[in-house]
Design a protein around this ligand. Sequence first.
Ligand code: PMP
Length: 445
Amino acid sequence: FNASEAKPRTRSAALYTEALEHIVGGVNSPSRSFKAVGGGAPVFMKRGQGAYFWDEDDNRYIDYLAAYGPIILGHAHPHVTSAIVRAAENGTLYGTPTELEIRFARMLKEAIPSLDKVRFVNSGTEAVMTTIRVARAYTGRNKIIKFAGCYHGHSDLVLVAAGSGPSTLGIPDSAGIPVSIAHEVITVPFNDLAALDAALERWGSDVAAVMVEPIVGNFGMVMPKPGFLEGLCSAARRNGSLVIYDEVITAFRFHYGAASTFAGLPEGTDYAAIEPDLTALGKIIGGGLPIGAYGGRAEIMAQVAPLGPAYQAGTMAGNPASISAGIACLEALREPGTYERLDRLSAMLEAGLAEGARKHGIALTVNRIRGALSTHFCDHPVTNYDEAQDTDGEQFAAFFRYMLEDGICLAPSKYEAWFLTTAHTDEDVAYTIEAANRAFARMKA
Ligand code: PMP
């Protein structure tokens, strides 16, 4: 690996120009654009294998993007690949129930005990969107409370920004969302029980659910403070509202199960008191193919059609290819030592990044939770969205670009996490630390 051998990304640039003619913004998801890191052509990748990507100009990168989370086993993991091939050979879509779906549902239930019943969908967005519908159907209420900076996909209700305080209703975060819909959402700061209480005080009788990423993955990796999830759940329950955990990023990320049962939650966590009513899943559980799932208490899930009056359907839902990839991915994750390995490598990375930044006089806060970490260019802790925003975006953009030139692929946003995969090696991490040191030195120069 030698950055001086890096080839100019001329094909990426040309493909981007071409993509702009045909695909809106040149990308199929806005987070893939380089808009947040100064613009220009994103890198067009043509192949992934293990912890590496190759771009269209044949440059190799160590991948910490992991496709925004799903690729926890690295690219083209043989066990997952052969499961997908086998599924494809038997037909990818039937429109009938299959035994595979039962097998996978059982696996999820065994790993996440709060799931009495599940339903498979095609994305995290769909999973979250449906949990809200189900919560509304079950409670007969309309509003939801969510937390600032948590991302829950792009359905109307969750693309709503904070009002000016916990007692104000939301405003649309995107064009095309009616203010009337935004008024069904209240946004409060993460880790702030007083704000949650104030919102419940004001709007409680119409709050169907409190929705949260129990461990945040969308403004960096952020742990709930001790007592936060307990307080959230008890406040919601007192109010007759459901608790929805969005575990699209977090399930199977830190251990073989959900964040809500992860032993690494703050010391003294009362696990029985933080059990959610509904959970949304996605990313890792599809092994790199499109998937989402939601589930929870049987009596609540009984709202869903054909059992109940809340409608949700999907032509592609539970397709044998995605389910097979998901089963294979979870089987591989279940191998002893998986999460210890991710933890060890990311601890090494965290230590190297922190030491490098200190050595070069760069203010850097690293938040790490097992195999996921986030880098915040600031000199304060990051425990909520305000603190994550109050970081140096230009420094991040410079760091991102120096790392890319040096063959390290990060997400092009200061809010996104780095994900270790089981394919990363000690050498990959050591090289990454060297690259970070070179980047810090250039940032100071
Ligand atoms: N919830 C969370 C916590 C997410 O991070 C994401 C995607 N980053 C989603 C929901 C939406 O998932 P998808 O992109 O699969 O629709």
